[in-house]
Every structure is written in C-alpha cells, then in structure tokens.
Design a protein around this ligand. Structure first.
Ligand code: SAH
Ligand code: SF4
Ligand code: F3S
Length: 437
C-alpha cells in the first residue's frame, strides 16, 4: 500500500513554495498526497510566525492531532518552517506537543529525508535546526501544485530588520541564488508549459548586493529575455531600494506585468522612522509617480500595518491619505502584532486593542471602496486572463488579469493554462465576470 503525506502550510508565498519542495522530497521517498489527515502516514506542518494569530493557528492544528497519533502510533508528525527557527519556540513545541516526531528549520529544509529516515530507524524524536545560514543548496525537485503559475526563489533571508518584523531572525541573512541557476530554472519551467513566473524574495530589489555583482534589474532583464509567452512578476519590492532601472527593464519587456507590490506599512514619516523602514512618504509617493510616468496604467498593491507603537490618530490619517493618493489596486492590511525579540516589542506606548481594531476597520473599508471603484471601471472592457482553475460550484473557469484581478467565465473546453480574452459583463467587489471573445 502506498504511504501518504499531507502538508499543512501557513504564511507567505515563500512558505507555499517551500511546501512544494517538501512535497518533492516526500514523493521522492515514495509518498503520495492525500487530502485528509486521518489517511496520512506523515503530516508536515510548514509554520509561520509573522503574527501571533499565525502561530495560534498552528498551535491549534498541531494540538488537534493528539488523538490521531494515539490511534496510529506509526503516524509521523513533522513541524518545520519559521516557528521552529524562533528563539525558544522549539522548546515550547516539545513541551506542549510531546507527540511531535520531527522538527526541522527553514535553513535545513533539504535535510528532511534524512530526518525521516532517522525517525523510521527507531529514534524517538529527531530535532535538527540550523542556527546559521550556510551556502544555498540548489534543489530542483519541487512538486509544483499551482500550474500555470510557478514560484521561483531568487534569494533567501532578509537584512532589513524592520523593527516590528521577525523574519530576519528566523530566515537569516540575505543570500542570492546565482543568476545562471535562476535563468535555467525559469527556462525549464517555461519549456514545461508554465505561463506565469513569480520571482520571490523578502526584498528582491537588494538581489545580488551580497557580492554577486549582478543587480536585480539585470536579473529581471535576463529572465524576461527568455523566449516564450509567459507573464513575469516579482515580489516583494522594498521602497528603500525600488528604482528607475527596474522600471526601465519593465518597459523593455511586455512580459513583465505592470503591477508592483510595494509595501508601504505606514503613511506617517514618524511611524516609518520608528519602523526602521528607511524611506519617507515623500520618497514613496515619488516612486509611484516615477512608475506611472512610464506606465500610466500601472497598478500598485501594498501591505499596511496599523496600531504600531506610538501611532497617533494623525499618523493613522496620514496612512489613509496616502492610500487615497496612491489609489491601490488592493492592500493587505494588518494589525500590529508584538513579536518577542524585535525592537518594537520593547517600545513604550503600545496601542490599545480597541484603537487598533477601530483603525483596521476604517482602513479595510477604505481599501475595499477603492477596489470596488476599480472593478466598476472594468465593465465593458476586454482583458487578458490567464486561466488557472475551474470552480466546480460556480461551473466557471477562473483566472487573473495582468493586475491580479480574478475573472470568471464559461467555456466548454478545458481552459486551464490558456490566455483568454474576456469581455467584462459584471463586476462585484473583487471579482469580475465576463464572456470569452
Ligand atoms: N518582506 C516583505 C514581506 C514581509 S511579511 C516586506 O518587506 O514587505 C508581510 C507583511 O506582514 C509585511 O509587509 C508587514 O506588513 C506584515 N508584518 C510583518 N511583521 C508584522 C507584525 N509584527 N505585525 C503585523 N504585521 C506584520
Ligand atoms: Fe520583515 Fe522588513 Fe525584512 Fe520585510 S523587509 S521581511 S518587513 S524585516
Ligand atoms: Fe511567515 Fe516566515 Fe513567511 S514568518 S510570512 S512564513 S517568511
């Protein structure tokens, strides 16, 4: 009988892609995927610790496996991802959940096979978490589950130490992959039929500054020069490093989508300073203006935190003002979450929960109203959609346009992986509906 695996993923795109690598390792070992936990022989949690609620989710779901493990002592439970790299967290996990069999970190993901074998050889519990980052281990065995989209790491780690953020502590320092490895990977993906490539890094604009001698703009140019019809995206950009050289490369290649994810975090210079973001609202707005001087149609998405220590009502209103000025296509909005060990956790004047809640509600309403307005502007237009899935319930195919907008349509043939021109007939909030033309 086939052995089965189930992977549960939390967190960002980086983790989603790393789960594809974990799946690749498990399949190489002869495991097959299963949809439910109670039919699995191994369950892997790929955790995130960016905010407290991400951790609470993982704690809850790991805890729920206690009974399953009791009924099936052969079941292997493995926990990896950012939480295991967090100071003191592995100890807490061990104490709370003595039934965890394997713990591994973000810096030694590729060792998972070895760890599973040690466990199978009779070891009670296998814990291996690297404290410092080593050389990048090239791994080309990812089992991708997001066709026609493919994620490609261009770098790992982060050097920025934004004062609220735990990522630099759990992902180590910035390390860039060699451009020839990245180009070879994308070439292979395009040859295999992938239609959308997203280059991934915590701060892609600082690619290569760790001594490679190749800038992000140069890498982007090289990847966009690969032949074939595919869309190219990149994330995340950091406003302190985003620049005109990158926009010029975008202009050179129509393959690069005119959508930039540029997290602003706050519209107040005082808050930005305390967040250690190293740019001002003026610099940020000037970058948007520069981008739109090349592409008036360019869309921008962002991440925003409200309720950062010391944020006043005036600071918050500056964020609202900036959101309106930029006129974002969409935004991920977060309530500040205190992370042990970060600079901001030690700051005075933490903001009361009810004030944070009030601000996030107002901000979400504002962002939604912008998104809705933009939806209406789609009516009657024809846009190119890359079809990525079929919605059984709706009986419709769905895909995204250049700006990440979801569009639904009917078709009698399998459209997944096709570029489809869609005439938009209906727009409701965030989704579009249309007819294939
Ligand atoms: N490297 C990217 C993304 C990092 S995590 C960047 O620099 O933008 C994604 C988002 O989570 C961040 O942009 C930030 O908005 C949010 N975030 C990070 N730490 C947080 C915290 N402690 N509380 C609330 N939101 C946080
Ligand atoms: Fe966190 Fe800042 Fe690094 Fe992004 S750039 S991962 S927010 S420290
Ligand atoms: Fe979470 Fe780690 Fe990503 S903390 S947001 S999974 S880098």
């Amino acid at each position: 009988m086939e052995k089965k695996y189930k992977i549960i993923t939390y967190g960002c795109q980086m983790n989603v892609h790393e789960s594809e690598k974990i799946a690749g390792i498990l399949r190489r070992m002869g495991y097959e995927e299963t949809a439910t936990e109670d039919t699995a022989d191994i369950i892997v949690f790929n955790t995130c610790c960016i905010r407290e609620n991400a951790e609470n989710h993982a704690f809850g779901n790991i805890g729920a496996l206690k009974k399953l493990k009791r009924n099936n002592p052969n079941l292997i439970i493995a926990v990896g991802g950012c939480m295991t790299q967090e100071k003191g967290k592995t100890e807490i996990l061990k104490q709370k959940f003595p039934f965890i069999d394997i713990m591994f970190g973000t810096l030694n993901l590729e060792e998972l096979e070895e760890l599973i074998k040690e466990k199978q050889a009779g070891k009670k519990r296998v814990v291996r978490i690297r404290e410092t980052e080593g050389e990048i281990v090239e791994f080309d065995g990812a089992y991708r589950t997001s066709y026609p989209n493919a994620w490609v790491n261009i770098m790992y780690g982060c050097n920025n130490f934004c004062s609220y953020c735990i990522v630099p502590y759990v992902r180590g320092r910035e390390r860039s992959r060699k451009p020839e490895h990245i180009v070879a990977e994308v070439k292979k993906l395009v040859a295999e039929g992938y239609k959308e490539i997203t280059l991934l890094g915590q701060n892609v604009n600082s690619y290569g500054t760790d001594g490679l001698g190749v800038s992000f703009a140069e890498l982007l140019d090289a990847v966009a020069s690969i032949e074939g019809k595919f869309r190219l995206r990149f994330m995340t950009s950091h406003p302190k490093d985003f620049n005109e050289e990158i926009v010029k490369v975008m202009q050179k290649h129509r393959k690069i989508m005119r959508l930039v994810h540029l997290p602003v975090q706050s519209g107040s210079n005082e808050v930005l300073k305390n967040m250690n973001r190293r740019y001002t609202r003026e610099k940020y707005l000037a970058e948007i203006e520069m981008l739109r001087s090349y592409f008036p149609e360019a869309e921008v998405t962002t991440d925003i935190i409200v309720g950062f220590p010391g944020e006043t009502e005036e600071d918050y209103l500056l964020t609202e003002d900036l959101v309106k000025r930029v006129n974002y296509a969409s935004a991920f909005t977060f309530v500040y979450s205190k992370r042990q060990g970060t600079k901001a956790a030690a700051m005075e004047n933490q903001i009361p929960e009810e004030v944070q809640k009030d601000r996030i509600m107002r901000l979400v309403a504002l962002v939604n109203s912008l998104t809705r307005q933009k939806s209406e502007a789609y009516l009657g237009k024809t846009v190119e959609i890359l079809c990525e899935d079929y919605d059984e319930k709706k009986g419709l195919y769905l895909g995204r346009d250049e700006f990440g907008r979801m569009g639904y349509f009917k078709s009698e043939q399998n459209e997944i992986g096709n570029f489809v021109d869609l005439k938009i007939t209906e727009a409701n909030g965030i989704s579009l509906y249309g007819e294939k033309v």
